[in-house]
Design a protein around this ligand. Structure first.
Ligand code: EPU
Length: 424
Protein backbone atom coordinates (compact mmCIF):
# COMPACT_ATOMS: atom_id res chain seq x y z
CA UNK A 1 0.00 0.00 0.00
CA UNK A 2 1.62 3.23 -1.14
CA UNK A 3 0.62 6.64 0.16
CA UNK A 4 1.69 10.21 -0.57
CA UNK A 5 2.99 12.37 2.25
CA UNK A 6 3.03 16.11 1.65
CA UNK A 7 4.23 19.01 3.77
CA UNK A 8 2.36 21.86 2.16
CA UNK A 9 2.09 25.62 2.26
CA UNK A 10 5.15 26.43 0.13
CA UNK A 11 5.05 28.26 -3.22
CA UNK A 12 6.11 26.04 -6.13
CA UNK A 13 8.34 27.53 -8.79
CA UNK A 14 10.33 26.37 -11.78
CA UNK A 15 9.71 24.49 -15.01
CA UNK A 16 7.52 21.39 -15.17
CA UNK A 17 7.11 19.25 -18.25
CA UNK A 18 3.83 17.69 -19.38
CA UNK A 19 3.68 14.07 -20.59
CA UNK A 20 1.66 12.57 -23.43
CA UNK A 21 -2.11 12.53 -23.03
CA UNK A 22 -3.63 9.46 -21.35
CA UNK A 23 -6.96 9.83 -23.12
CA UNK A 24 -5.27 9.93 -26.54
CA UNK A 25 -2.62 7.29 -25.80
CA UNK A 26 -5.10 4.60 -24.79
CA UNK A 27 -7.34 4.73 -27.92
CA UNK A 28 -4.29 5.06 -30.20
CA UNK A 29 -2.62 2.04 -28.58
CA UNK A 30 -5.80 -0.05 -28.77
CA UNK A 31 -6.41 1.11 -32.37
CA UNK A 32 -3.27 -0.87 -33.19
CA UNK A 33 -5.52 -3.95 -33.02
CA UNK A 34 -6.84 -2.79 -36.42
CA UNK A 35 -3.45 -2.49 -38.07
CA UNK A 36 -1.87 -5.59 -39.60
CA UNK A 37 1.57 -4.04 -39.48
CA UNK A 38 4.16 -2.44 -37.17
CA UNK A 39 3.67 1.00 -35.57
CA UNK A 40 6.02 3.06 -33.43
CA UNK A 41 4.19 5.20 -30.87
CA UNK A 42 6.10 8.04 -29.20
CA UNK A 43 5.48 10.39 -26.25
CA UNK A 44 3.61 7.72 -24.29
CA UNK A 45 3.22 8.57 -20.60
CA UNK A 46 4.49 5.94 -18.15
CA UNK A 47 1.18 5.49 -16.32
CA UNK A 48 -0.79 2.41 -15.40
CA UNK A 49 -3.59 2.90 -17.99
CA UNK A 50 -0.98 2.96 -20.78
CA UNK A 51 0.85 -0.04 -19.36
CA UNK A 52 -2.42 -1.97 -19.09
CA UNK A 53 -3.28 -1.12 -22.71
CA UNK A 54 0.09 -2.53 -23.76
CA UNK A 55 -0.55 -5.64 -21.64
CA UNK A 56 -3.92 -6.10 -23.37
CA UNK A 57 -2.22 -5.88 -26.78
CA UNK A 58 0.47 -8.38 -25.75
CA UNK A 59 -2.08 -10.79 -24.29
CA UNK A 60 -3.96 -10.63 -27.61
CA UNK A 61 -0.83 -11.68 -29.53
CA UNK A 62 0.82 -8.37 -30.46
CA UNK A 63 4.59 -8.06 -30.11
CA UNK A 64 5.42 -5.01 -27.99
CA UNK A 65 9.02 -3.79 -27.89
CA UNK A 66 10.02 -0.93 -25.58
CA UNK A 67 12.47 1.32 -27.43
CA UNK A 68 13.61 4.50 -25.67
CA UNK A 69 11.59 6.05 -22.78
CA UNK A 70 8.03 6.76 -23.91
CA UNK A 71 8.42 4.93 -27.23
CA UNK A 72 7.14 1.47 -28.12
CA UNK A 73 7.03 -0.62 -31.29
CA UNK A 74 3.84 -2.65 -31.71
CA UNK A 75 3.55 -5.46 -34.24
CA UNK A 76 -0.15 -6.37 -34.41
CA UNK A 77 0.01 -8.81 -37.31
CA UNK A 78 -0.68 -11.88 -35.17
CA UNK A 79 -3.46 -10.54 -32.96
CA UNK A 80 -6.03 -13.19 -32.07
CA UNK A 81 -9.65 -11.97 -32.18
CA UNK A 82 -11.75 -11.88 -28.99
CA UNK A 83 -8.76 -12.65 -26.76
CA UNK A 84 -8.57 -9.52 -24.53
CA UNK A 85 -8.23 -10.92 -20.97
CA UNK A 86 -11.21 -10.10 -18.74
CA UNK A 87 -9.11 -9.15 -15.71
CA UNK A 88 -7.13 -6.50 -17.66
CA UNK A 89 -10.19 -5.11 -19.45
CA UNK A 90 -12.06 -4.73 -16.14
CA UNK A 91 -9.29 -2.57 -14.68
CA UNK A 92 -9.75 0.23 -17.19
CA UNK A 93 -12.74 2.12 -18.57
CA UNK A 94 -11.23 2.83 -21.97
CA UNK A 95 -10.74 -0.86 -22.75
CA UNK A 96 -14.09 -0.49 -24.50
CA UNK A 97 -12.01 0.66 -27.51
CA UNK A 98 -11.15 -3.01 -28.08
CA UNK A 99 -14.76 -3.37 -29.30
CA UNK A 100 -14.51 -0.79 -32.10
CA UNK A 101 -11.03 -1.90 -33.14
CA UNK A 102 -11.90 -5.62 -33.24
CA UNK A 103 -15.12 -4.95 -35.14
CA UNK A 104 -13.07 -3.02 -37.72
CA UNK A 105 -10.48 -5.76 -38.22
CA UNK A 106 -12.37 -8.99 -37.58
CA UNK A 107 -16.06 -8.08 -37.87
CA UNK A 108 -16.62 -9.43 -34.35
CA UNK A 109 -15.65 -8.70 -30.77
CA UNK A 110 -16.13 -10.14 -27.29
CA UNK A 111 -14.92 -7.97 -24.42
CA UNK A 112 -15.54 -7.94 -20.65
CA UNK A 113 -17.53 -4.99 -19.31
CA UNK A 114 -15.06 -2.17 -18.61
CA UNK A 115 -14.01 -0.73 -15.20
CA UNK A 116 -12.74 2.82 -14.43
CA UNK A 117 -13.51 5.74 -12.10
CA UNK A 118 -16.90 5.75 -10.35
CA UNK A 119 -18.94 8.82 -11.33
CA UNK A 120 -22.35 7.15 -10.95
CA UNK A 121 -24.01 5.47 -13.94
CA UNK A 122 -21.62 5.26 -16.91
CA UNK A 123 -23.69 3.86 -19.79
CA UNK A 124 -22.22 2.80 -23.15
CA UNK A 125 -25.53 2.84 -25.02
CA UNK A 126 -24.22 5.33 -27.61
CA UNK A 127 -21.27 3.06 -28.46
CA UNK A 128 -23.70 0.16 -28.94
CA UNK A 129 -26.18 2.24 -30.92
CA UNK A 130 -23.34 3.28 -33.24
CA UNK A 131 -22.15 -0.31 -33.80
CA UNK A 132 -25.73 -1.45 -34.44
CA UNK A 133 -26.30 1.37 -36.92
CA UNK A 134 -23.24 0.09 -38.81
CA UNK A 135 -24.84 -3.37 -38.95
CA UNK A 136 -23.47 -5.21 -35.87
CA UNK A 137 -25.62 -7.32 -33.58
CA UNK A 138 -24.64 -6.47 -30.02
CA UNK A 139 -25.54 -8.36 -26.85
CA UNK A 140 -24.67 -7.06 -23.41
CA UNK A 141 -24.65 -9.03 -20.18
CA UNK A 142 -23.35 -8.06 -16.74
CA UNK A 143 -19.97 -9.46 -17.57
CA UNK A 144 -19.46 -9.25 -21.37
CA UNK A 145 -20.26 -7.28 -24.51
CA UNK A 146 -20.43 -9.35 -27.68
CA UNK A 147 -20.68 -7.71 -31.12
CA UNK A 148 -21.09 -9.76 -34.31
CA UNK A 149 -21.46 -8.91 -37.99
CA UNK A 150 -22.26 -10.83 -41.11
CA UNK A 151 -18.97 -10.26 -42.95
CA UNK A 152 -18.12 -6.73 -41.67
CA UNK A 153 -19.71 -3.35 -41.07
CA UNK A 154 -21.62 -1.13 -43.48
CA UNK A 155 -21.07 2.66 -43.42
CA UNK A 156 -24.09 4.67 -42.25
CA UNK A 157 -25.19 7.87 -40.52
CA UNK A 158 -24.91 7.82 -36.71
CA UNK A 159 -26.48 10.57 -34.61
CA UNK A 160 -25.14 10.65 -31.03
CA UNK A 161 -27.91 11.38 -28.50
CA UNK A 162 -25.30 12.67 -26.03
CA UNK A 163 -21.90 14.18 -26.73
CA UNK A 164 -19.59 11.32 -25.79
CA UNK A 165 -15.82 11.15 -26.19
CA UNK A 166 -15.70 7.36 -25.91
CA UNK A 167 -18.63 6.67 -28.25
CA UNK A 168 -17.29 9.11 -30.88
CA UNK A 169 -13.85 7.45 -30.89
CA UNK A 170 -15.23 3.91 -30.73
CA UNK A 171 -17.65 4.39 -33.65
CA UNK A 172 -14.87 6.16 -35.59
CA UNK A 173 -12.59 3.14 -35.05
CA UNK A 174 -15.29 0.72 -36.15
CA UNK A 175 -16.12 2.76 -39.27
CA UNK A 176 -12.53 3.07 -40.56
CA UNK A 177 -12.70 -0.27 -42.39
CA UNK A 178 -16.48 -0.39 -42.94
CA UNK A 179 -17.89 -0.68 -46.42
CA UNK A 180 -18.82 2.86 -47.61
CA UNK A 181 -19.22 6.19 -45.82
CA UNK A 182 -20.08 6.79 -42.16
CA UNK A 183 -21.09 10.18 -40.80
CA UNK A 184 -21.07 10.76 -37.03
CA UNK A 185 -23.25 13.70 -36.05
CA UNK A 186 -23.24 15.45 -32.65
CA UNK A 187 -19.70 14.10 -32.27
CA UNK A 188 -17.48 15.11 -29.35
CA UNK A 189 -14.68 17.55 -30.30
CA UNK A 190 -11.92 16.86 -27.74
CA UNK A 191 -8.27 17.13 -28.86
CA UNK A 192 -7.82 13.40 -28.19
CA UNK A 193 -10.47 12.66 -30.84
CA UNK A 194 -8.46 14.72 -33.34
CA UNK A 195 -5.25 12.95 -32.27
CA UNK A 196 -6.80 9.50 -32.74
CA UNK A 197 -8.14 10.54 -36.18
CA UNK A 198 -4.72 11.95 -37.16
CA UNK A 199 -3.06 8.69 -36.18
CA UNK A 200 -5.56 6.62 -38.16
CA UNK A 201 -5.27 8.93 -41.20
CA UNK A 202 -1.47 8.55 -41.04
CA UNK A 203 -2.11 4.77 -41.21
CA UNK A 204 -4.22 5.21 -44.38
CA UNK A 205 -7.71 5.88 -42.98
CA UNK A 206 -9.96 8.53 -44.55
CA UNK A 207 -11.41 10.58 -41.70
CA UNK A 208 -12.40 14.24 -42.04
CA UNK A 209 -14.04 16.68 -39.64
CA UNK A 210 -12.50 15.40 -36.39
CA UNK A 211 -12.56 18.33 -33.95
CA UNK A 212 -15.97 19.44 -35.26
CA UNK A 213 -19.33 17.90 -34.40
CA UNK A 214 -19.64 16.11 -37.77
CA UNK A 215 -17.04 13.46 -38.59
CA UNK A 216 -17.02 11.71 -41.98
CA UNK A 217 -15.26 8.39 -42.41
CA UNK A 218 -14.84 6.76 -45.80
CA UNK A 219 -14.05 3.08 -45.27
CA UNK A 220 -10.71 1.70 -46.50
CA UNK A 221 -9.74 -1.92 -46.97
CA UNK A 222 -6.35 -1.86 -45.24
CA UNK A 223 -4.18 0.20 -42.90
CA UNK A 224 -0.39 0.38 -42.70
CA UNK A 225 2.10 1.06 -39.91
CA UNK A 226 3.46 4.53 -39.02
CA UNK A 227 5.54 6.35 -36.44
CA UNK A 228 3.28 8.66 -34.42
CA UNK A 229 3.72 10.95 -31.37
CA UNK A 230 0.91 11.44 -28.83
CA UNK A 231 -0.20 15.04 -28.05
CA UNK A 232 0.48 16.56 -24.58
CA UNK A 233 -1.97 15.94 -21.76
CA UNK A 234 -4.17 19.02 -21.31
CA UNK A 235 -5.50 17.79 -17.96
CA UNK A 236 -2.04 17.18 -16.51
CA UNK A 237 -1.12 20.69 -17.75
CA UNK A 238 -4.30 22.16 -16.26
CA UNK A 239 -3.57 20.47 -12.93
CA UNK A 240 -0.12 22.13 -12.83
CA UNK A 241 -1.66 25.49 -13.79
CA UNK A 242 -4.05 25.30 -10.85
CA UNK A 243 -1.18 24.19 -8.61
CA UNK A 244 0.84 27.32 -9.42
CA UNK A 245 -2.10 29.52 -8.39
CA UNK A 246 -3.02 27.40 -5.34
CA UNK A 247 0.52 27.60 -3.90
CA UNK A 248 1.01 31.28 -4.87
CA UNK A 249 3.95 30.22 -6.98
CA UNK A 250 5.15 30.51 -10.55
CA UNK A 251 5.30 27.48 -12.87
CA UNK A 252 6.42 27.37 -16.48
CA UNK A 253 4.53 24.38 -17.88
CA UNK A 254 6.22 23.03 -20.98
CA UNK A 255 5.25 20.64 -23.81
CA UNK A 256 1.68 21.94 -23.99
CA UNK A 257 -0.66 23.13 -26.74
CA UNK A 258 -1.88 26.46 -25.25
CA UNK A 259 -5.03 26.42 -27.42
CA UNK A 260 -6.23 23.29 -25.57
CA UNK A 261 -5.91 25.15 -22.25
CA UNK A 262 -7.91 28.28 -23.10
CA UNK A 263 -10.96 27.49 -20.95
CA UNK A 264 -8.68 26.84 -17.95
CA UNK A 265 -6.51 29.92 -18.59
CA UNK A 266 -9.64 32.11 -18.81
CA UNK A 267 -10.94 30.97 -15.40
CA UNK A 268 -7.53 31.34 -13.74
CA UNK A 269 -7.24 34.88 -15.09
CA UNK A 270 -10.77 35.63 -13.86
CA UNK A 271 -9.60 34.57 -10.39
CA UNK A 272 -6.61 36.92 -10.57
CA UNK A 273 -3.75 34.66 -11.71
CA UNK A 274 -1.44 35.65 -14.54
CA UNK A 275 -1.20 33.27 -17.50
CA UNK A 276 1.49 33.90 -20.13
CA UNK A 277 1.31 31.80 -23.30
CA UNK A 278 4.42 30.71 -25.17
CA UNK A 279 4.54 28.59 -28.35
CA UNK A 280 4.57 25.31 -26.44
CA UNK A 281 4.35 26.52 -22.85
CA UNK A 282 2.17 28.41 -20.41
CA UNK A 283 3.52 30.20 -17.34
CA UNK A 284 1.13 30.68 -14.46
CA UNK A 285 1.94 32.91 -11.52
CA UNK A 286 -0.04 34.35 -8.68
CA UNK A 287 0.38 36.43 -5.56
CA UNK A 288 -2.30 38.17 -3.50
CA UNK A 289 -5.90 37.11 -3.04
CA UNK A 290 -7.90 34.91 -5.42
CA UNK A 291 -11.33 36.14 -6.49
CA UNK A 292 -14.29 33.75 -6.38
CA UNK A 293 -15.59 32.41 -9.69
CA UNK A 294 -18.41 30.30 -11.14
CA UNK A 295 -17.56 27.39 -13.44
CA UNK A 296 -19.72 24.93 -15.37
CA UNK A 297 -18.10 21.90 -16.96
CA UNK A 298 -18.96 21.07 -20.57
CA UNK A 299 -17.61 18.91 -23.40
CA UNK A 300 -14.66 20.54 -25.25
CA UNK A 301 -14.10 23.43 -25.87
CA UNK A 302 -15.92 24.11 -22.58
CA UNK A 303 -14.28 23.86 -19.17
CA UNK A 304 -13.26 20.17 -18.79
CA UNK A 305 -15.01 17.95 -16.26
CA UNK A 306 -11.62 16.36 -15.56
CA UNK A 307 -10.54 19.72 -14.03
CA UNK A 308 -13.62 20.04 -11.79
CA UNK A 309 -12.02 18.71 -8.56
CA UNK A 310 -8.71 20.59 -8.96
CA UNK A 311 -10.51 23.86 -9.74
CA UNK A 312 -12.75 23.38 -6.72
CA UNK A 313 -9.62 23.40 -4.52
CA UNK A 314 -8.76 26.83 -5.91
CA UNK A 315 -12.29 28.03 -5.13
CA UNK A 316 -11.73 26.97 -1.49
CA UNK A 317 -8.70 29.29 -1.40
CA UNK A 318 -10.49 32.31 -2.94
CA UNK A 319 -12.05 35.05 -0.88
CA UNK A 320 -15.82 34.51 -1.13
CA UNK A 321 -18.50 32.30 -2.64
CA UNK A 322 -17.87 30.29 -5.81
CA UNK A 323 -19.93 27.66 -7.61
CA UNK A 324 -18.76 24.57 -9.49
CA UNK A 325 -21.52 23.13 -11.68
CA UNK A 326 -20.95 19.69 -13.22
CA UNK A 327 -22.39 19.38 -16.71
CA UNK A 328 -21.01 16.00 -17.82
CA UNK A 329 -21.11 13.34 -15.06
CA UNK A 330 -23.91 12.43 -12.63
CA UNK A 331 -21.72 12.00 -9.58
CA UNK A 332 -18.43 13.86 -9.72
CA UNK A 333 -18.49 15.37 -6.22
CA UNK A 334 -17.49 12.41 -4.05
CA UNK A 335 -14.17 14.23 -3.45
CA UNK A 336 -15.96 17.02 -1.54
CA UNK A 337 -16.09 14.97 1.69
CA UNK A 338 -12.30 14.48 1.43
CA UNK A 339 -11.70 18.21 0.86
CA UNK A 340 -13.79 18.94 3.95
CA UNK A 341 -11.24 16.98 6.02
CA UNK A 342 -8.75 19.68 5.02
CA UNK A 343 -11.14 22.37 6.26
CA UNK A 344 -13.05 23.20 3.05
CA UNK A 345 -16.51 24.76 3.38
CA UNK A 346 -18.56 23.19 0.56
CA UNK A 347 -22.17 22.06 0.20
CA UNK A 348 -23.35 20.08 -2.79
CA UNK A 349 -26.89 20.57 -4.07
CA UNK A 350 -28.68 18.02 -6.30
CA UNK A 351 -25.39 16.21 -6.89
CA UNK A 352 -24.68 18.75 -9.64
CA UNK A 353 -23.49 21.96 -7.95
CA UNK A 354 -20.80 22.52 -5.33
CA UNK A 355 -21.33 25.79 -3.44
CA UNK A 356 -17.93 26.78 -2.08
CA UNK A 357 -17.30 29.40 0.58
CA UNK A 358 -13.64 30.17 0.13
CA UNK A 359 -11.24 31.68 2.64
CA UNK A 360 -7.56 32.27 1.81
CA UNK A 361 -5.24 29.99 3.83
CA UNK A 362 -8.27 27.97 5.02
CA UNK A 363 -6.88 24.53 4.15
CA UNK A 364 -4.94 22.59 6.79
CA UNK A 365 -3.15 19.26 6.32
CA UNK A 366 -5.14 16.06 7.01
CA UNK A 367 -5.39 12.39 6.02
CA UNK A 368 -7.47 11.88 2.89
CA UNK A 369 -8.14 9.35 0.14
CA UNK A 370 -7.84 9.58 -3.63
CA UNK A 371 -11.35 8.42 -4.56
CA UNK A 372 -10.71 8.54 -8.31
CA UNK A 373 -8.03 9.87 -10.65
CA UNK A 374 -8.90 13.59 -10.73
CA UNK A 375 -10.20 13.56 -7.15
CA UNK A 376 -6.74 12.28 -6.23
CA UNK A 377 -5.08 15.06 -8.25
CA UNK A 378 -7.21 17.57 -6.33
CA UNK A 379 -5.98 16.11 -3.03
CA UNK A 380 -2.39 16.65 -4.21
CA UNK A 381 -3.16 20.28 -5.10
CA UNK A 382 -4.96 20.82 -1.78
CA UNK A 383 -2.19 19.12 0.21
CA UNK A 384 0.49 21.28 -1.41
CA UNK A 385 -1.54 24.45 -0.75
CA UNK A 386 -2.49 23.53 2.82
CA UNK A 387 -0.22 24.28 5.76
CA UNK A 388 0.97 21.16 7.56
CA UNK A 389 1.09 17.47 6.72
CA UNK A 390 -1.32 15.74 4.33
CA UNK A 391 -1.35 12.00 3.72
CA UNK A 392 -3.14 10.61 0.68
CA UNK A 393 -4.21 6.95 0.47
CA UNK A 394 -5.29 4.90 -2.57
CA UNK A 395 -2.81 6.67 -4.82
CA UNK A 396 -3.07 3.95 -7.46
CA UNK A 397 -5.90 6.11 -8.84
CA UNK A 398 -3.47 9.02 -9.33
CA UNK A 399 -0.87 6.74 -10.88
CA UNK A 400 -3.40 5.77 -13.59
CA UNK A 401 -3.05 9.22 -15.11
CA UNK A 402 -0.05 11.22 -13.85
CA UNK A 403 3.47 10.18 -14.89
CA UNK A 404 6.13 10.50 -12.16
CA UNK A 405 4.03 13.00 -10.23
CA UNK A 406 6.30 12.88 -7.17
CA UNK A 407 9.54 13.50 -9.10
CA UNK A 408 8.02 16.27 -11.23
CA UNK A 409 6.66 18.10 -8.17
CA UNK A 410 9.85 17.67 -6.14
CA UNK A 411 11.74 19.34 -9.01
CA UNK A 412 9.64 22.51 -8.57
CA UNK A 413 10.13 22.64 -4.81
CA UNK A 414 7.34 20.46 -3.43
CA UNK A 415 7.88 18.58 -0.19
CA UNK A 416 6.18 15.37 -1.33
CA UNK A 417 7.19 11.74 -1.09
CA UNK A 418 5.74 8.33 -1.57
CA UNK A 419 5.90 5.84 1.28
CA UNK A 420 5.03 2.18 1.38
CA UNK A 421 2.93 1.14 4.34
CA UNK A 422 2.85 -2.55 5.23
CA UNK A 423 -0.68 -3.92 5.58
CA UNK A 424 -1.42 -5.26 9.07
N1 EPU B 1 -22.77 8.77 -21.96
C1 EPU B 1 -23.96 8.16 -22.25
N2 EPU B 1 -23.94 7.08 -23.09
C2 EPU B 1 -22.79 6.62 -23.64
C3 EPU B 1 -21.57 7.25 -23.35
C4 EPU B 1 -21.60 8.34 -22.49
O1 EPU B 1 -25.02 8.55 -21.76
O2 EPU B 1 -22.84 5.64 -24.40
C5 EPU B 1 -22.78 9.94 -21.07
C6 EPU B 1 -21.96 9.71 -19.80
O3 EPU B 1 -22.73 9.07 -18.80
C7 EPU B 1 -21.54 11.11 -19.42
C8 EPU B 1 -21.36 11.79 -20.80
O4 EPU B 1 -22.10 11.00 -21.73
O5 EPU B 1 -22.57 11.73 -18.73
C9 EPU B 1 -19.93 11.93 -21.28
O6 EPU B 1 -19.28 10.68 -21.27
P1 EPU B 1 -18.09 10.31 -22.26
O7 EPU B 1 -18.52 9.13 -23.06
O8 EPU B 1 -17.68 11.53 -23.00
O9 EPU B 1 -16.96 9.84 -21.27
P2 EPU B 1 -15.88 8.72 -21.52
O10 EPU B 1 -15.51 8.67 -22.96
O11 EPU B 1 -16.30 7.44 -20.87
C10 EPU B 1 -13.82 10.26 -21.33
C11 EPU B 1 -12.60 10.32 -20.47
C12 EPU B 1 -12.97 10.81 -19.08
C13 EPU B 1 -13.69 12.16 -19.19
C14 EPU B 1 -14.85 12.08 -20.17
C15 EPU B 1 -15.49 13.42 -20.45
C16 EPU B 1 -11.28 8.56 -21.39
C17 EPU B 1 -10.67 7.24 -21.20
N3 EPU B 1 -12.02 9.01 -20.38
O12 EPU B 1 -14.68 9.32 -20.72
O13 EPU B 1 -11.73 10.98 -18.42
O14 EPU B 1 -14.16 12.54 -17.92
O15 EPU B 1 -14.42 11.55 -21.42
O16 EPU B 1 -14.54 14.31 -20.97
O17 EPU B 1 -11.09 9.20 -22.42
C18 EPU B 1 -10.23 11.02 -16.67
O18 EPU B 1 -9.30 11.07 -17.51
O19 EPU B 1 -10.05 11.23 -15.45
C19 EPU B 1 -11.56 10.68 -17.12
C20 EPU B 1 -12.49 10.19 -16.33
Amino acid sequence: MDKLVINGGKPLSGTINVSGMKNAAVPILLANIMIEDECIIENLPDISDVNRSLEILEAMGAKVTHLEKGTVKIDSRNIIPCSAPDDLVRKMRASYYVLGAELARFGRSNVASPGGCDFGVRPIDQHIKGFETLGATVSVSDRHIIALTDGGLQGSSVFMDVVSVGATINVMLAAVKANGVTVIENAAREPHIVDTANFLNACGAKISGAGTDVIKITGVSSLHGVTYGIIPDMIEAGTFMVLAAATKGRLKITNVIPKHLESISAKLEEMGATVEEGDESVTVSFTGELSPVNVKTHPYPGFPTDMNPQMCVLMCLANGKSRMMEGVWDNRFRYVEELKRLGADITVTDGKTANVTGTPDSLKGASVRALDLRAGAAMVVAGLAAKGKTEIDDIFHIQRGYENIVGKLQDVGADIKIITVSES
